[in-house]
Write a protein that binds this ligand. Structure first.
Ligand code: ZN
Ligand code: ZN
Ligand code: ZN
Length: 342
């Protein structure tokens, strides 16, 4: 079995995080100050690798024997069925422990086995972000990388405090003040953005979709309503053809409504190739793609159905059934037939 040195894991984790933060700082600087936007991707790679290494370190120090730690950290041999020579089967490990170490999914299982608590939804989100950034041009990632660093911070702080029983400031050294300052800037800016949207007349039920919008240029979630629209007392609700957002991270400005509607549609999209059907359709009242079929109302204008269910069978009806006077397709057909036969 490959050798495992827990202290080495920790050292590598901290180096990876330090390099990630250095990359992050370089990615934000202007070109003439030695900045390099291409560093954004390596920032995210290094930071994500760093936190996974810290997780593995925690697993390694959770057991007393070094041999046990190796068993937990390296990928085990595959267990396959073998003929037992008596007409039955036996399940046996084939080959040796591999030189590769466990992935995120297996770390999760090990943590469950050892009762180690981590904010997995955030880790999953960070991993998704990491994979997503691999496919983008570096210039379009800066805002999203800033989101990534801000989201990583509380998970890292919590893990170091509660699971490693160390002080994050000591352990992370020079990376700590950078992360802390960025996190505070981010938190304050998000709060300011949310406060200024409160005066922008965003339809109540669309609010959650506003919060998940990202800048189309850089991927940042730090979006403010345009100052001009706010000063003119404009409202997103009925001036969605002109109301703009401004990205705090890169200054890009464009219409906010299409972004919100896209967020909503992406969330309810069901791949038709899997036999799924999207749950959002165009609203007959306001003509926006914001009518939630399963809940029978429009999230933008609040339109509801005159006939929510079929008078005969109580099947839920849709917008397209409203012209049938409260009958489902089947009962409309039966009714028309009965009328003809009379
Ligand atoms: Zn931006
Ligand atoms: Zn509507
Ligand atoms: Zn019916």
């Amino acid at each position: 079995m490959p050798e495992l040195d827990a202290e080495k894991l920790k050292e590598n984790a901290l180096t990876s995080i330090r390099l990630g933060i250095e990359d992050f700082q370089r990615s934000k600087l202007e070109k003439d100050q030695g900045g390099d936007p291409a560093r954004a991707l390596s920032a995210v790679r290094n930071l994500f690798a760093g936190i996974l290494l810290l997780f593995k370190y925690k697993i390694a120090v959770s057991v007393d024997a070094t041999g046990d730690a190796s068993v937990l950290i390296f990928n085990p041999p595959e267990v396959l069925p073998q003929a037992d020579g008596k007409g039955g089967i036996e399940w046996k490990p084939v080959g040796k422990f591999k030189r590769t170490t466990i992935d995120v999914a297996t770390i999760k299982k090990r943590f469950e086995g050892f009762g180690i608590d981590v904010d997995w939804p955030t880790i999953d989100k960070l991993q998704e972000c990491r994979n997503h950034l691999e496919h983008l041009h570096p210039a379009n990632t800066l805002g999203e990388v800033a989101d990534f660093v801000a989201e990583l911070f509380p998970v890292l702080r919590e893990f170091i405090l509660t699971q490693l029983n160390e002080q994050p400031a000591d352990l992370l050294d020079t990376a700590w003040p950078v992360m802390l300052a960025h996190h505070e800037f981010f938190r304050d800016t998000i709060a300011e953005c949310q406060a200024s949207w409160a005066a922008a007349g965003v339809p109540e039920m669309m609010q959650p979709w506003l919060e998940s919008c990202q800048c189309e240029e850089c991927g940042s979630s730090l979006l403010r309503p345009s100052q001009q629209d706010i000063e003119e007392g404009a409202s997103v609700d009925n001036q969605d053809n002109t109301f703009k957002y401004v990205c705090v991270a890169c200054g890009h400005s464009d219409l906010i409504a299409p972004l919100m509607i896209k967020e909503l549609n992406d969330a309810y999209y069901d791949d038709p190739r899997d036999g799924g059907e999207a749950d959002v359709e165009e609203c007959n009242e306001c003509k926006r793609s914001t009518f939630l079929i399963s809940e029978q109302h429009c999230l933008w204008c609040g339109a509801e159905l005159d006939y929510p269910t079929c008078t005969f069978c109580e099947e839920p009806l849709r917008q397209e059934d409203q012209f049938n006077g409260g009958l489902c397709g089947y009962h409309l057909h039966a009714y028309e037939k009965a009328m003809r036969d009379d």
